[in-house]
Ligand binder design. Structure first.
Ligand SMILES: Nc1ncnc2c1ncn2[C@@H]1O[C@H](COP(=O)(O)OP(=O)(O)OP(=O)(O)O)[C@@H](O)[C@H]1O
Ligand SMILES: [Mg+2]
Length: 391
């Protein structure tokens, strides 16, 4: 059991912080231990030393470079999430570790465990970040090790960046697993078609299936390419007058043919659209991400509802499925590489949706999930034609 008491002003880890004088003393206690300073500096990645209140009392130059901080003192007293730009750390004045969602944070968990056991804890940590000029995602393996330095209880926390590893795994999943699965069925039919063993009518069906396969395969590869471009800020937004109903019908048809859609009903309701000026490629990806998730959460013969309305100055799109997302899962949705599904390389669906909607289409995305209404993801996307007229 975690022996650390949780005061009322926090929803998870203790909120109280050490006073200024205590921090100064702890920092100088650490810095006077030259071996400890050298070991911290020798770590291959960013690392920090925290006091019992999870405040930084020392950091290595890797961490300072990572956050373009030249003055080590400015990190002192702050908590890990506050330095790393975690969006949760800004939700409450009490800062990092104190929101309900912090219970799912690997970094806070490792630090608390290490303090409680006087030992070492290793976890994985996914953060959604927001700095003054940019937002993004961080994915670390966190190593928290208890240490008594100058008679003070401290935790040495080292971070290993997993972003590249996760990207590689997601790409591998598409290239090796998804494509293998997708290719198997039509290839099984290819032999009989080649050997003229099927009737011409069936041959048309096979050709259709090959055509669909090519589109799906190319679509998956292109989605990865565009996600990388989106993350590095290089995605070029198209502007077209988009027939929203047509786009939704097309995406629904694609999902119906994919494994995830088989045996499920997809309802479509649209209201008030002639066309909307936006990026049809990104909008299609957003619909695909939300629809795939809703279908994956729906049992066979279950139903998913897609609804698009022209509300005010843009599109409001909802995707509904029955069933409730557990609270601990809700708290981690939109994090890069968070997934409850089997296999590696997943967890980019809702992250991509949020990135594309907010950063490239100037819109917003949110969800609700409860017993009465099931799960509803809502995307709002402005009509770019209106923005241009106003400008
Ligand atoms: N509509 C939904 N209903 C129920 N659970 C959902 C829904 N949407 C998302 N989730 C949950 O959120 C998790 C993260 O979703 P996300 O789309 O980001 O990744 P993924 O679907 O697991 O993998 P990927 O999209 O990369 O194939 C899912 O694993 C699932 O547990
Ligand atoms: Mg998904």
């Amino acid at each position: 059991m975690d022996p650390i008491s949780v005061p009322d002003d926090t929803a998870f880890a203790p909120a109280a912080r050490a006073g200024e004088d205590v921090l100064v003393w702890q920092t100088s206690a650490f810095n006077s231990d030259l071996i400890a300073v050298a070991l911290l500096e020798a770590m291959p990645g960013p690392a920090m030393v925290l006091n019992r209140q999870r405040q930084i009392v020392a950091s290595n130059s890797q961490l300072q470079v990572m956050f373009t901080t030249t003055d080590c003192e400015s990190l002192i007293g702050r908590r890990p999430g506050e330095v790393l730009g975690c969006v949760r750390a800004r939700e409450r004045v009490t800062g990092c570790g104190t929101t309900p969602a912090c219970a799912q944070c690997g970094a806070v968990q490792a630090i608390l465990e290490s303090l409680a056991t006087h030992g070492r804890a290793v976890t994985e940590c996914r953060l959604r970040t927001s700095f003054r000029t940019s937002s993004g995602a961080l994915n670390f393996r966190v190593f928290a090790t208890y240490a008594e330095i100058g008679g003070e209880e401290m935790v040495v926390v080292a971070f290993m960046d997993l972003s590249e590893e996760k990207r590689r795994k997601a790409l591998e999943r598409t290239l090796f697993r998804n494509l293998q699965d997708e290719c198997t069925r039509p290839l099984l039919h290819a032999g009989p078609v080649r050997n003229d063993e099927v009737a011409p009518a069936d041959e048309t069906e096979f050709l259709q299936e090959f055509g669909d396969l090519s589109s799906r395969v190319l679509g998956q590869i292109e989605a990865h390419r565009q996600l990388l471009a989106a993350e590095s800020g290089e995605l070029v937004v198209l502007e077209r007058d988009v027939d929203i109903r047509g786009l939704l019908e097309q995406q629904i048809a694609v999902c119906r043919k994919a494994r995830v859609g088989r045996g499920r009903e997809i309802g479509l309701y649209t209201e008030g659209f002639e066309s909307l000026r936006t990026d049809p490629v990104q909008l299609a990806r957003i619909v695909d991400g939300l629809l795939s998730n809703a279908l994956e959460a729906t049992p066979e013969s279950g139903r998913v509802e897609v609804c698009a309305t022209h509300a005010g100055d843009g599109l409001t799109l909802t995707v509904h499925n029955a069933g409730v997302i557990p609270l601990d899962v809700q708290q981690q949705i939109f994090q890069r590489s968070f997934s409850t599904r089997d296999g590696e390389g997943r967890g980019i669906g809702t992250y991509s949706v949020k990135l594309l909607v907010e950063r490239y289409l100037d819109g917003s995305v949110e969800f609700t999930s409860d017993e009465t209404h099931g799960t509803v993801f809502t995307v709002a996307v402005p009509d770019r034609a209106l923005g241009r007229r106003a400008a």
